[in-house]
Design a protein around this ligand. Sequence first.
Ligand code: NAP
Length: 336
Amino acid sequence: MRIILCGFGVVGQSLVKLFESRSDELYSKYGLKPRVVGVFDSKGSTIDPSGLNFKKLVDTKKKFGTVKNYASIKNSMSGVEMLKNVEADVLIETTASNYKDAEPGMTHITTAMKRGMHVISVNKGPLALAFPSLLELATYNQVMLKFSGTVGGGTPILDYAKNSLSGERITSFAGILNGTTNYILTNMGTGISYEDALKDAKDKGYVEADESLDLDGLDAAAKLVILANWILGIKVTLPDINCTGIRKVTLDDIKKAEKNNCSIKLIASSDKELVVGPKEIPNDDPLCVNGTLNAIAFTSEHSGTQTIIGKGAGGTETASSILRDLLDIRQEIARD
Ligand SMILES: NC(=O)c1ccc[n+]([C@@H]2O[C@H](COP(=O)([O-])OP(=O)(O)OC[C@H]3O[C@@H](n4cnc5c(N)ncnc54)[C@H](OP(=O)(O)O)[C@@H]3O)[C@@H](O)[C@H]2O)c1
């Protein structure tokens, strides 16, 4: 399968390492031979229709800070030119999530779909701002759009709700969908101030470069948009979410919650409306997970409430979700 990889940061590099380490098994067990024919980062690109060498890509990025030094004759094609001119079956979009105009991911995804490529995106920006129209574009161009890694990283939250609960009607859900804010609130539960807890999260590399994405609830809201569209079939985008972050949560609020045997968590929920905001959760509720963990409770008509807990992020975990999507695409193509 010929792949163009957009973005070569934590997730992109984890993915090619996964391809490298599991290549024999992927072929023998699933008949999948991932051939990365083009990669680009913010500084340049590299192309080889016969397939780029995974180890050399990672080594080049490490040494030069960009993939453009992969070959001695440098390729000068921009990412969009690559998507318009290089033959590939699948685009894997791993550039940074942006909730203002969703670029550059939006242009990558729409250009690829218009050329008939299937798309796997772990970038939440385009889905948060245009989920309904992107699905329509995929249907119109008869391509698949997959995005397992956008919610829960490697924890298969979307697959569980869509496939394991198929035939059920999910009536509502509530979840902790952002590990960074959960880490900060968990630390505040031990008496540490918001400022110190935030600094600790930053020192550990948990906070996005634009901290507002975590602290103001935008990352959780983007995931809520994806869940609402995909699981509940509600056509919404980011402006439809009633969103409050954790900046105003005080140690007093946390102490008050403790008196009720509760903890304050940043909850994304779909009850009467789609809301992200701090909420008291009973300490014995399975949803009340600590540290950077994510958790989501789905309530369905006949099966009651079920909670899934797992790591919500991480390069390798998210890369494994891309592999899952790739195998799905491979199987669906084979079925057709
Ligand atoms: N990391 C996780 O655990 C995780 C989990 C779930 C979802 N995600 C999502 O996955 C995506 C990637 O995450 P990450 O952690 O890999 O981020 P990252 O390390 O910051 O990598 C982002 C990559 O995008 C490239 N990029 C940025 N602007 C670009 C442009 N205009 N043209 C081409 N490339 C561009 C960067 O290029 P340079 O290398 O040149 O800077 C970098 O290679 C994000 O959307 C994130 O929200 C991440």
